[in-house]
Design a protein around this ligand. Sequence first.
Ligand SMILES: C[S@@+](CC[C@H](N)C(=O)[O-])C[C@H]1O[C@@H](n2cnc3c(N)ncnc32)[C@H](O)[C@@H]1O
Length: 208
Amino acid sequence: MTYKRPADRYTKKAKSEGFAARSVYKLEEIDRRTKLLRPGLRVLDLGAAPGSWTQYAAPKVGAKGKVVAVDLEPLRVPVGPNVVALVMDALGDLSVLDPYGPFDVVMSDMAPHTSGIAFADAARSEELVERVLDVSERLLVPGGTMVAKIFRGEGFEPLRARMRTLFDEVRLIKPEASRSESVEAFLVGIGRKGPAGAPEGAAKKDAT
Ligand SMILES: C[S@@+](CC[C@H](N)C(=O)[O-])C[C@H]1O[C@@H](n2cnc3c(N)ncnc32)[C@H](O)[C@@H]1O
């Protein structure tokens, strides 16, 4: 028999506010604390299904912005004209994303199917974060922001060190909506350092 977790206040709130998942309140807190989303930004949402982060981000970036939502599974919510939904494996060929970039924000709520074996689950989560960093190196504009969910394990500090080479500031955020018993947290990279010749984006232009 599969265990069904009782609905907590965030699950009930998400349902009453029409969001596909309680995860939306993690993004809301990250947005509040880091000023992540604003009109006109181009956002890559990795691990987007069922769709609450996309539902939150799309109206925030508005008609002049866009959200490219990527997941192994299709979104389970209707989306507006500023959203492109792609069913694909983020561990696969990243060049597929090139025509949709560059991005001002790369955010990931990707999580592996958990096995209950903590070190194995952490290793698979860290592999996903490595991928988010690969995408950010490839498609995030100078000045842009990266957010990635991580299950903290042995690979956490090397990953944080890699992020520090790419971003001016790296924060670790454990949102209130993240269950206290969960090892998950969110690495936030603020201010992507710009390699010479990197594409200029809305994030960079707004800063000048
Ligand atoms: C916690 S859910 C995301 C919830 C979503 N942010 C929302 O608010 O509705 C994690 C998602 O990561 C996706 N995922 C895991 N591995 C992936 C991969 N390699 N490529 C793309 N998506 C992946 C899963 O399919 C799952 O939908």
